[in-house]
Design a binder for this molecule. Structure first.
Ligand code: SOE
Length: 391
């Protein structure tokens, strides 16, 4: 199936991720020479006033209040799903079956069963030239892509060990209300699926190794929170009322993983890391060197070359802003930093280029299913006294 010169995009949802994706759709065709120029055609949300305000602010041409409208329209080519996880499967499968390309936010789904159905729908669609991509956007931070390239080029030798953490602290205040991210029926899980999914995906992406089994523990620190009285803006909404409801997801998830080839990794996903706002970190240690990344310092990568004379060894901070670094040449001169939002433009660029070339974009829904299996294995392990569990 070919992609029109001006493919029309419909985005379902307009919360925090909706704003980030809008930025990607708006900016990517201006900075990158894309084979097709996506049009921000239709924004969908349940509140007619809320969606109208969002469309006006971010530059969507039309609005609708039912996602089925986007799927039934012949002039819509791409569906971008930025809703909570409980609606991903239904929307994505309907869109793919209707011949629409799909970009879906992570985690792919709330359960392994849903993720399996989505991966199967994506495979059916790909056979007809209709493609699905999962929004693990951090793969497209230039320093992360560069880390993958260095590891693939053998710069750190054989991988010995992986360590990764994703640290946030937005839940340490007990007054933070019971938003959808804290409800299992909407979010699937807590820190585990929301941010743990990122470090699972990223460590598999940069090392090229899949996780085979895990031993983990998940914990909820604050078990009741005020029920939300306003709409959810930002991460959790602004105000809670007098009444309290149960938090049904984890606040902290810790696990050890065994990758292919028996390599060990340690993982920590938490919304209770006081003082850490959005610190996604990984460090990969190998026989010839090591690589270390921190999202709170996202323009750089630390590289340790263990083949140098001992006196010259030490972690070197590489500023990943050279035109030769991934994605960077489209932006500013060397040393002029990029931020969180640029990865969303890179995501759009890669999606449009892949579809236009009739190629499968990555990460695939099958990659998302693998992440989902790891998430489920961590929960099962935790429920079973941290027993090692196949992922
Ligand atoms: C909230 O924890 C969140 O917005 C995640 O849902 C995103 O995936 C991550 O990019 C930033 O933190």
């Amino acid at each position: 199936m070919s992609l029109p010169q001006s493919p029309r995009v419909a985005m379902i949802g307009y919360g925090f991720m909706g704003a980030a994706h809008s930025q990607g759709w708006r900016v990517a065709p201006r900075f990158f020479d894309l084979p097709a120029k996506p049009q921000m055609q239709l924004l969908v949300g349940r509140s007619s006033t809320g969606v109208a305000d969002a469309a006006e602010r971010w530059g969507w041409a039309e609005t609708a209040t039912d996602w089925r409208e986007a799927i039934s329209r012949d002039d819509i080519d791409i569906i971008d799903i930025v809703t909570p996880g409980d609606s991903h499967a239904e929307i994505a499968i309907a869109a793919l079956d209707a011949g629409k390309h799909v970009l879906c936010e992570k985690p792919l789904a709330n359960t392994v069963e849903e993720a399996e159905a989505m991966a199967a729908a994506a495979e059916r669609a790909a056979a007809k030239g209709v493609y699905a991509m999962l929004g693990h956007t951090y793969r497209r931070v230039p320093a992360v892509t560069f880390a993958r390239d260095l590891i693939a080029a053998g710069k750190i030798g054989d991988i010995h060990q992986v360590r990764a953490s994703y640290l946030q602290d937005w839940l340490i205040d007990p007054e933070v209300p019971l938003a959808w991210r804290l409800q299992k029926e909407h979010a699937g899980s807590g820190a585990l699926g929301d941010i743990g999914a990122h470090i699972i995906d990223l460590t598999q992406f940069v090392t090229g190794l899949l996780i085979e089994s895990v031993s983990g523990t998940v914990e909820t620190i604050i078990k009741k929170r005020p029920i939300l009285t306003d709409h959810a803006s930002g991460l959790a909404g602004n105000k809670g009322g007098e009444e309290f409801g149960d938090v049904t997801v984890d606040d902290i998830a810790l696990f050890t993983a065994r990758f292919e080839g028996g390599k060990l990794g340690t993982f920590e996903a938490t919304r209770f890391s006081t003082g850490r706002k959005n610190a996604l970190r990984f460090e990969i240690s190998g026989s010839k060197g090591a690589i270390s990344f921190d999202l709170e310092d996202l323009n750089s990568l630390e590289y340790y070359d263990a083949t140098l004379p001992a006196e010259e060894q030490g972690f070197t901070k590489i500023l990943v802003t050279e035109p030769g670094h991934p994605y960077v040449s489209a932006w500013w001169p060397a040393g002029h930093m990029l931020g969180y939002e640029h990865a969303f433009s890179h995501q759009v660029k890669d999606l449009i280029e892949a579809i236009a070339a009739d190629q499968q974009p990555t990460p695939t829904f099958a990659d998302g299913l693998k992440v989902q299996q790891v998430l489920a294995a961590v929960e099962a392990s935790s429920a079973n006294g941290s027993a090692w569990t196949q992922a």
